[in-house]
Design a protein around this ligand. Structure first.
Ligand code: TXA
Ligand code: MG
Length: 318
């Protein structure tokens, strides 16, 4: 594996694209200091150029060299949650290119925990010899607007021949994208919920900015993380009635017992972290079943389910 990671770091240094595992989802990596590499990344993903990408590092010290005027909250959150499934939006250092921030004055930074990602980032930084070239920009390795990949096979199915190398790292343990915290406002604000919860963030930095505003980030677009088959979020108590009312082939993502009127029924865990871990693979499987609709049983309206509810709401039609 070590040789494979060296090769991957070399490809990235030369301006190529490498998909790699992280504990959240697989990322599509490119050298964050190379405008041409980032242009190719955006082209392969089919992503609009004004959308910023997250830049990944092996250590917080390297990550923070890409920031200026770091608030105390950045140090507190990094100390607690890095390496891990958390992205910090901070004011960017002068060397950070418009092409990774969508011309915004803030940059998204993350230190992932997956051992393959960490080793790749460390070798990449070593080859760079300069912290300003040590960051790997990596959006989720799916086409824009589609379900994020949680295995190397998902990446190959989505982006196959357009990526120079796909590093293997097993199924992502968290299963949904990192929590994004914006530290450029008077108070920290969560732009995207994830495994690291609002309560955990508040415990470190105090009260959050409740008004989430309208940040410019693609995860904030209404329909996102979407399968091709139309998906519909249905309250538990209405689930049976919805099945009865429908004609055509139905696929279901649910907690309760399978129903024989449904062509493919995936029974999901009752616990939010286990649910999140399985979610994207389940949506892909349901999508491949060739049904007319995916009915999704809505999870509880409790804080532990916030991140899963967010992804389901975006996967489902408005
Ligand atoms: O878990 C993750 O975060 C994964 C893995 C690969 O690290 N990455 C990921 O990247 O989800 P992506 O590009 O699919 O989503 C990143 C989100 C996007 O909505 C992006 O617009 C937002 O982060 N973002 C990045 N930089 C930002 C900035 N400067 N200001 C506001 N939002 C930003
Ligand atoms: Mg994404």
């Amino acid at each position: 594996m070590n040789e494979e990671i060296r090769r991957a770091a070399g490809i990235l240094r030369a301006g190529g694209l490498v998909a790699f595992p992280t504990e959240t989802v697989y990322g599509l990596g490119a050298d964050a200091s190379n405008a041409q590499a980032i242009a190719r990344l955006y082209a392969v993903k089919g992503r609009p150029a004004e959308h910023p990408v997250i830049v990944h590092f092996d250590t917080a010290a390297r990550a923070f060299a890409w920031a200026r005027e770091l608030p105390e909250a950045a140090h507190a959150l990094a100390a607690k949650f890095w390496p891990g499934p958390l992205t910090l939006i901070v004011r960017r250092a002068p060397h950070v290119g418009d092409f990774v921030t969508g011309a915004q004055l803030a940059v998204g930074l993350r230190v992932p925990a997956h051992p393959v990602a960490r080793e790749l980032l460390a070798v990449f930084a070593e080859l760079a010899g300069d912290v300003r070239r040590a960051g790997i920009a990596a959006p989720s390795a799916n086409r824009f607007g589609r379900v994020s990949p949680t295995t190397a096979a998902h990446v190959r199915a989505d982006l196959g021949g357009e990526v120079d190398l796909v590093l293997e790292g097993g199924a992502s343990e968290v299963g949904i994208e990192s929590t994004i915290v914006d530290l450029t406002r008077a108070r920290p604000a969560i732009l995207r919920p994830g495994r690291v919860s609002a309560a955990q963030i508040e415990a470190e930095v105090g009260a959050l900015d409740a008004a989430q505003g309208a940040p410019r980030h693609s995860g904030g677009l209404e329909r996102h993380y979407a399968p091709r088959t139309p998906a519909l979020l249905v309250a538990s108590h209405a689930f049976d009635g919805e099945i009865a009312r429908r004609r055509g082939r139905i696929a279901a993502l649910a907690y309760s017992r399978p129903d024989e009127r449904v062509a493919l029924w995936l029974r999901m865990p009752q616990e939010p972290q286990a649910y999140a871990q399985r979610l994207y693979a389940a949506l892909r499987e349901l999508d491949l079943a060739g049904c007319d609709v995916i009915l999704v049983e809505a999870p509880p309206e409790t804080p532990e389910w916030a991140a899963v509810r967010d992804r389901l709401r975006r996967a489902a039609e408005a």
